[in-house]
Design a protein around this ligand. Structure first.
Ligand code: 4NP
Length: 160
């Protein structure tokens, strides 16, 4: 199937707190869904916090991604920076606290669309992607279900 090319290549950044649990799973899910749809995109993830900078995703996130056929073990955590708000066309926060922090960090007049990730999923508007970091392994599967639903919906939106 021919690859669909929007006028502006979407560049999507997913942002959570630590960049080791939720946003790497969102990055992996969206990358896979976009590739399957033949949609050309740039994708990355980052954290608003700096505690895990340079680290791979949480081992539980790596296992969850692997269960769904993805290898995210090569990802490395980084902190969001001011230029991200102009380098990316879309910046999605995984929950409201991170969205509020992103709004504070965003330079005036930035070009990226800034929003809550689950707002792209019909019926899930306003919902956070729950943080699985302090819970058990099953929380990561719930996170996967949410970010993959968002990845599918986003691909549909972007291919118009
Ligand atoms: P994430 O999860 O924001 O989904 O990557 C967390 C990772 C680390 C911490 C909190 C949440 N932490 O407090 O170190």
């Amino acid at each position: 199937m021919a690859s669909k090319r929007p006028a502006i290549l979407p560049k999507v950044l997913f942002v959570c707190l630590g960049n080791i649990c939720r946003s790497p799973l969102a990055e992996g899910a969206f990358r896979a869904r976009a590739e399957a749809a033949g949609l050309d995109v740039t994708v990355d993830s980052a954290g608003t916090g700096d505690w895990h900078v340079g680290e791979p995703p949480d081992p539980r996130a790596i296992v969850t991604a692997r269960t769904h056929g993805l290898d995210i073990s090569g990802y490395r955590a980084r902190q969001v920076r001011a230029e991200d708000f102009d380098r990316f066309t879309h910046v999605f926060a995984l929950d409201r606290e991170n969205l509020a922090n992103l709004r504070r960090l965003a330079p005036a007049g930035h070009s990226a669309r800034l929003g809550l990730l689950m707002d792209v999923v019909p019926g899930m508007e306003g919902q956070p992607v729950a943080d699985p970091y302090f819970g058990g392994d099953e929380g990561f599967e719930t996170t996967w279900g949410e970010v993959d639903a968002a990845a599918q919906a986003l691909v549909e939106q972007l291919r118009g």
